[in-house]
Design a binder for this molecule. Sequence first.
Ligand SMILES: C[S@@+](CC[C@H](N)C(=O)[O-])C[C@H]1O[C@@H](n2cnc3c(N)ncnc32)[C@H](O)[C@@H]1O
Length: 288
Amino acid sequence: MPARAPSWGKLLARGRARLEQAGIDEADNKLRWVAGHLLGCGLLDVLRHLDDVPAPTEAGQFGTMLGRLERHEPVQYVIGETDFMGLRIQCDPRALIPRPETEGLVRCAEEFLRSRTGTPVVVDVGTGTGCIACALAKRVPQARVVATDVCAATLDLARANARALGVVVDFLHADLLADLPAASADLVVSNPPYVSTAECIRLPRSIRDYEPRGALDGGPDGLRIISRLVSEAARVILPGGRLMIEIGEDQADAVRELLCPKAHFKFVAIQSDFAGNPRLAVAERSRT
Ligand SMILES: C[S@@+](CC[C@H](N)C(=O)[O-])C[C@H]1O[C@@H](n2cnc3c(N)ncnc32)[C@H](O)[C@@H]1O
């Protein structure tokens, strides 16, 4: 009698053993994420299918995806998507995987945009997958959302996300805020590359080997892009408008110094993420 094909429960248990052997953390979660993707259900609902036997094609796909996880590829690239602010964002190595801490930047931006009258203009610099721009376009429909990225391939992915989500974002292939007119934006937001070059080399393999270096490397001190952004933002933001930048947890003092009256900004706040780390710098464009 031919052996019965393994159930989902068996595949997951074998998968866990292989991932643990390969030194992959959160093995159970990642495998459930993959199984849920193939089954078309959420992580918790996977548990209802443990005794079911997957179709041979599903089992084959699971095996291929397991192999990719084993090679330290991030699960979001393996399944091709992630959740950001309740939105399904397509992911692939053209762009950084959206992180949960960036949701704090979106909430802060949303609150500010809602306080503006008319059609406020927000520019998302270094849009990556377009996650921030798309979330703002969904949540603040009265705003005009512009998004830039220096990488053309990244922008193609961001455009695909905006199309799939049914939101309107004006994407520009630009170096930071080049090409944007002076005094044209109420708000500039950015999650720029802010990891120092030395730190990039020490990042976990799943990030270092898979996510784009241009999305991470902020130069020798990690501040190369942020300091350029501050001076360009002073030209583009309307007086009384705001600049919001996601920063590394050890950069608060340095960024606070950059956001000074001499640079045409009045420092507003450094906000912490859910883990209590200072991760978001907020400043107001001076009126003079
Ligand atoms: C840390 S990723 C952020 C991606 C996305 N906004 C997010 O939060 O997930 C930084 C992005 O900035 C882009 N970038 C790097 N240098 C840039 C520059 N000089 N001008 C515009 N975009 C740049 C990278 O291509 C990358 O997509």
